[in-house]
Design a protein around this ligand. Sequence first.
Ligand code: MTE
Ligand code: MO
Length: 531
Amino acid sequence: MTEPRQTLGTGTRQVTVGHMTMTDTRPGQAARSGEGVPRPALRGVVSGWAGLAVAELAARLIGLRETPVEAAGQWVIELTPQPVVKAAIDLLGTWDKPVLLVLTVVVLTLVYAGVGWLAARSVVGLTAFGVVAAIGALAVLTRPGMGFAEALVVVLGLVVNLLVWATTAPPRPDELPGPSPASVQRRTLIIAALAVAGGAMSRVVGRQRQLTEQARSLLRLPVTKPTPPAGVNAPGVEGVAPWQTPTSQFFRIDTALSPPAVDPATWRLRIHGQVERELTLSLDDLVGRQLTEAWVTISCVSNPVGGDLVGNAWWSGVRIADLLAEAGVTGDADAIYQTSVDGWTCATPLEAVTDDRDAMLAVAMNGEPLPVEHGFPVRMIVPGLYGFVSATKWITDIEVTRFDRVAGYWTPRGWAEQAPVRLASRIDRPAKGAEVPAGMVAIGGSAWHQQTGIKAVEVAVDEGEWVRAQLASVPSADTWVQWSASVEVEPGEHEVVVRAINADGEVQTDQVRPVAPDGATGRDAHRFTAV
Ligand SMILES: Nc1nc2c(c(=O)[nH]1)N[C@H]1C(S)=C(S)[C@@H](COP(=O)(O)O)O[C@H]1N2
Ligand SMILES: [Mo]
């Protein structure tokens, strides 16, 4: 009776820690909160959505093809009888997706409110959160290409859900303000649990990557190791980017936060749409066909003038034209719409993959299976088109269709629907701002206009006459060409500008355009100092 309240309270709180969820199980708690929504229901909604948000975010971060909610949505759609789905679509039209979303939000909120009410009543009720999570995990598990590792995001979400539930327990009436030992313990517990959950998840994700790397290293592909053709290096200049870009130095551009780890044994490519015969190919099916190998320079539409989002490699793969001939394109198709295992999409003109260029489904880069970052096990390579409209990595689906029916990932985001590579040239030496000995200065770099080819490169120093550079050799119009020139300069500041002339005689424009929507134009210029 006369014991100080603090001692009594502390003792009670410590007991409470182990049964955090029991603190408000006594009837009357909800009423005491004095709010419109009963407190347990509100806690259920808040903690449920917190867990869900974390699971969704984690799924996005590790690049899952579908988030748990998306997976559940697809699941529901697939389990619903087709006539019902069709009726709903007919009724709702283009409103079907917003309506579905609103419905999902409403249903989940009601479910979490109900679970909160149950959980506040008993520990058994608390397991209802687990049941909701289990449904989400099951949805993820049953989606194509997703398994236990992917379902772990749901487990992480559940952990967060339960932690938020526990921490939002209302204070006991006898609790004093300020952090109590119990709340400190609680916080420690939360951090520890989050660390364990995060660690477990990254281990599993890392493990999947490890397995893919292992499968990749065991893969034996019937491809050749490249040796760059003779004469591809420009003479008389050091420091120009190597003609064959080493794989480790090859630029990487994609929307994946961590690259998808695809198991080559279960990988499939489906070719469908406007075809006579649908094809579904395994990696063995693909590499069992006639292989094509070629040097191809690919570049990114986001490459600024003088930039390095461009690289040249030896690609090995199967001609897309051959596969499409096998499938038999029908009707008025004018595009192939590709989907990656990570959901990224892109549309490529049918013509570009059926004419005589080496458009291929590549399985190897520089004589080795594609690195995971560059699309393992299979990607597309189309000479002459920017990567965002042709170079789908981790490809798994090709639909033969029409441009007026589809839009690739970047097109609705302000980039072009079709984008041939622009005529470009780049100065590598002297480097920007370099100091070089006065007298004869070696200038060098590369130029490219895939599918058309480069006829000449010219440089001008300090707005003087255009001087023809020497061109190295190339195996085809689909690679960049190295060039070099030698100019005489006095001591002092100088500026060198480059322009290329393509095989059709077109001179690279000096008109400056930004990279969006379909590639930068303008001429590369370097200032340097002669001493
Ligand atoms: N799945 C997928 N494929 C993709 C992309 C992507 O974001 N996702 N980006 C494209 C873009 S914009 C470019 S420029 C090339 C780059 O290929 P690289 O990373 O092998 O150099 O990949 C293309 N393929
Ligand atoms: Mo790109």
